[in-house]
Design a protein around this ligand. Sequence first.
Ligand code: FES
Length: 106
Amino acid sequence: MQLVEVCTLDDVPVGSGRAFTVGGRRIAIFRVAEHDVYALDDLCSHDEASLSEGDLDTEELCVECPMHGSLFDLRTGKPRTLPAFAPVATYRSEVRDNRVFVEFSD
Ligand code: FES
């Protein structure tokens, strides 16, 4: 496992998501509170949509795919609604000072 710095908190305002390319992977970082972020694969499991461009629900901890509307759970990556049925990968993340780190397997 390796912990990789992805961005700063300032890059992702509270209540929003943004995608970053890290080690060839496109990762979506969602910031649900001041120091609380989630990291998922940015590519929807259903089609070619960027989850970071979807509407984020900070109460329900899910994001709505901007293309067909599936709701993805930020904690598990599993879709809560169709048409997507396969999960997207999630990554453990942590915030140190103002920096966001994501853990990747080697
Ligand atoms: S592309 Fe995401 S639900 Fe279809």
